[in-house]
Design a protein. Sequence first.
Lengths: 404, 404
Amino acid sequence: MSSGPAPVTHATSSAAVLDVIRGAGIISRVDLTRATGLTGATISTVVRRLIDNGLVLETGRAESTGGKPAVLLSLDPDARYAVGVHLDHAGITYVLANLGGAIVGRWRRPGAGTDAPDVVVARIAAEVTTLVAQTGVDPDRIVGLGVVSPGPLTGSAGMSLTPPVMQAWTDFPVPEALGAATGMPVMLENDATAAAVGEYWATSHEASACFATLYMGTGIGAGIMANGDIFRGASGNTGEIGHICVDIDGPACWCGGQGCIEALAGPAASVAAARDAGVDLPGIGTAEDFAALTRAALAGPGPAADIVARSARYVALAAQALANILDLDRVVLTGPSFAYAASLYVPAVRAQLDRAFFSRSSHPIDVVISAHAAEAAAVGGAALVLQSELAPRASSARVPSRAR
Amino acid sequence: MSSGPAPVTHATSSAAVLDVIRGAGIISRVDLTRATGLTGATISTVVRRLIDNGLVLETGRAESTGGKPAVLLSLDPDARYAVGVHLDHAGITYVLANLGGAIVGRWRRPGAGTDAPDVVVARIAAEVTTLVAQTGVDPDRIVGLGVVSPGPLTGSAGMSLTPPVMQAWTDFPVPEALGAATGMPVMLENDATAAAVGEYWATSHEASACFATLYMGTGIGAGIMANGDIFRGASGNTGEIGHICVDIDGPACWCGGQGCIEALAGPAASVAAARDAGVDLPGIGTAEDFAALTRAALAGPGPAADIVARSARYVALAAQALANILDLDRVVLTGPSFAYAASLYVPAVRAQLDRAFFSRSSHPIDVVISAHAAEAAAVGGAALVLQSELAPRASSARVPSRAR
DNA sequence: CATTCTTAGATCGGTGGCTAAAGTTAGTCA
DNA sequence: TGACTAACTTTAGCCACCGATCTAAGAATG
């Protein structure tokens, strides 16, 4: 592919200013000084540079407050794009997102299956090229590619603890291989964390200082962001909420624990319980079966509704544990399994947090469903690249592998 | 009091360098360049400034590795001190700590009782002066005072959600009042978080990128640090682990939830269970009763041992939830209730994490008892001030109220 | 309508942290 | 004793940022 976009800036504060502009949506230079703590002089030069780079536009004037009216600034959403790839056994989802986190192109293709990693990587590179060509976006404006995969990852070295079906991917250097194949910076992240970044980029983020996504795909995980930074923990495997215990005498889980959320309330567990209860399910795969289960639950009372309600009760406990430990002000339910079941889960989580979130007297806690629940991981992959290229933070540095 | 120590530096990186020196214990300038990423030139000038300020000493030479041998640097532990005050209903604990986090003076006095806050504040100021005088430490070397109190706090405005016995303190501006009374910068923090900072300062911290204290006093809480920063969440009330649910059908808790850890395994719950089981307890207060209970448990098998073992089992689940959500590499048990019961709790927590910590394949997780469990909160208060005065980070900024 | 006030923003000189590159110091090794 | 090496130190210069000052553009006043 091409040489990529021109280097945006090499400044430290440009990124912070850009992030504030994006978070605010529309903001004047004066308000930027207040938001960043920088002086007017600095903001003036930084903004000029951002405008010169085509990232920021002057989009109007504010009402006068007694003197010269302020000039309003906003991001040019089409200034840059990023590709998000959600790599899963069942299917690969591609998304082309702009600076506002909006989807401008999407494509769903067959999954990795049993193909060898290098074959899949070559396919992905080709499919990315096709997607970009179809949407007509200038390839020079694409800042990179974010690959998202379920389960914990280890650094840039590949995946570990992968689900058995993707065993061949263990220790395969996905970012390096894809970077070489596409000529773009590539980042790798797990689904829940990527979804959190996607949520951050798609929303004006003054709303939230510290939030988490509750991501339900085939498993359950959480992605955590605090003050615009991904919270990564000791090895980048935070949010493994599927294996916290909510019932000390609960059933054993494959992880070695007992009464884990995933074993009690995960899609696989719910589907198994539904089958035992005689609910009619297609039986093609957990994702499809769970979708069928939620449709049955939405249709009215019965065993399907009971099973989903029970799952929601446990998921609500997970949300409560997250909120109490992390002092969240927002919980976003997302991922394919919540895409159609939002109305069954959101009220349960909200009710539990109203009842037992410890800091509710200091601040309320929002519980919402993501706007792009079904494609949250892919959108997150794209957002991850935007975040690292345009608003890098010291602490969340995870060096993207740059080809060449 | 006096004008306080001379301004240490107003540089940005001095703090980072100082922090690395402290964490390493003894380190050369070359190794500082590797650890900080700064050039030798920068390290040279920064170190010279730290030496001029009396914070750092040249304490020897390393073996030559083929050229000029490196000069070894270390903190002068007696260059600065800080006072920690653990303010509790039952007693006030004072600690004078040096830069190494070591205790150089301690004092325990009767608690706040039902006295009015301003009376107690005046008493604290007087007692701090007495302690400092008795230890013979130069008052100019004291950088400030950290006040630690149980329960969630709201900003610098005082405490909220205070235990009923300290209701009068709600919204009382402790930092401002004590700052005015002592002339020192004053910071306020909850016990678990302060204990985490204390642990950070008392240990060489390369060992741990992301750890939490599990603090058990009369309640149970956690303090979280990641990459040398306190993790504060949306409102500074992280780690409210006492009210996460580990038994969906467990007993109701005063917080509104069900099956909360604190209701199942907190000292008060254990003491109540022991009394029901006929264990002989003094009955003066939860702290004393719990100490008696652990003594009985240590003496051998019986109802006391069973009750403590049950508590340990639940505490281990809390540790597991923390570790899985935060991806910790270290858990420190601390607080007065663990001071004597360490040998009963540490193995249980360690075993549970060995069994079910999700990322154990990426990295092991240390479980240890704090060296100063009994005075962890007071030591933490002192460390908090050292941290904010000597190694401030952007993200953990909590402006200390400076008198005058 | 001219004057004055207020606020937004640009420009300019200066400060300070940082770097690269060259110099100095203090060891080892033949 | 003289290379060689590695640990600092010094120096010149870059760049982000700031304070001060200047210009632009509207509001309020008479």
